[in-house]
Design a binder for this molecule. Structure first.
Ligand code: PXL
Length: 293
């Protein structure tokens, strides 16, 4: 089969291309679905390569049923994507066309197993990515902390060193930094520690886990330390907030925003999405990516 390319967009119209390597969350609140909706909303061409499928179980307290993709299937998706859009793409017809968008920005979401981390780390190391945004999904809501220590350790050892931007939540920031986080000051200390460990720009999320009227995140890039703050919308975490925040950072970086600007835009995007969240029969609401329209 051949595909005509006569309708190709002119360079000026080409959107930035971004990839999320993430899990599917069947109800559409979190994971790759949240990432793709965020990408679309922020005007970039989104690609999802799936690592696993999560289906909450309504008959078991909405716990996670987790099915990993076969490693070969993950590798196949990454091969197809990087051949089509990657910086080093040897795509037979597209490699050198002027104006062709180049995939240089990737978001890493839920990996789920050490094997998947190995497959993804190999693709990242082989690729030529300008921005690697890591949402270090160590556990999801409803799972017990530490249920998958081997996965947590592999993420720290193999993916964190490749990240250029990392967005840990309260629990993940404690795990990555080894510090206890009880307030904004300790969140700052954790952000600094995680930057020292990884070299990445850090956006550490306090969310609803820190007490007080505001949802506070800490940004640190090695020079600038900034507290990003917005009034809390309720005291209950909303599904997809973490995924959408990291996806919004990813989209903004791909469009050329500076890291601090990307963080500020992402915070505003998520705040609007939480204000306009979608209720469901599940015990948690889902962020609405169209909330800032
Ligand atoms: O919110 C973290 C997360 C990320 N990715 C997938 C998930 C979840 C939480 O449910 O299912 C696939």
């Amino acid at each position: 089969m051949t595909f005509a390319s006569t309708a190709a967009q002119s360079p000026a119209q080409s959107p930035a291309v971004v990839l999320t390597i993430a899990g599917s969350e069947a109800t559409g609140g979190a994971g790759a679905q949240a990432d793709l909706k965020t990408f679309q909303e922020l005007g970039v061409f989104g690609i999802a390569n799936l690592t696993c499928i999560v289906s909450f179980d309504p008959n078991d307290n909405w716990n996670h049923r987790f099915v990993p993709m076969e490693q070969q299937v993950i590798a196949d998706q990454l091969e197809a994507t990087t051949a089509a859009y990657g910086a080093a793409a040897g795509a037979p017809s597209g490699g050198t066309e002027p104006g062709r968008p180049v995939l240089d920005t990737v978001k890493i979401g839920m990996m789920g197993s050490p094997a998947t981390i190995g497959t993804v780390a190999a693709a990242l190391a082989a690729g030529d990515f300008r921005n690697v945004v890591l949402d270090p999904v160590l556990i999801c809501k409803g799972q017990e902390p530490g249920h998958a220590l081997d996965t947590d350790q592999a993420l720290k050892a193999e993916i964190l060193p490749l990240a250029t931007f990392v967005t840990p939540n309260h629990f993940e920031a404690e795990s990555l930094s080894g510090l206890v986080i009880t307030d904004v000051e300790s969140l700052k200390a954790a952000a600094i520690r995680i930057h020292e460990l990884s070299g990445a720009v850090v956006l550490a999320k306090g969310g609803v886990r820190l007490s007080g009227p505001d949802a506070v995140d800490v940004y640190y890039d090695g020079e600038t330390l900034e507290v990003l703050s917005a009034p809390k919308v309720g005291e209950v975490a909303v599904s997809g907030a973490g995924c959408s925040l990291a996806a919004a950072v990813t989209a903004e970086l791909a469009k050329g925003a500076a890291p601090l600007e990307a963080a500020r835009t992402a915070k505003a995007f998520v705040t609007a999405g939480i204000r306009n969240r979608v209720a469901s029969g599940a015990p948690f609401d889902a962020l609405w990516q169209g909330g800032s329209r």
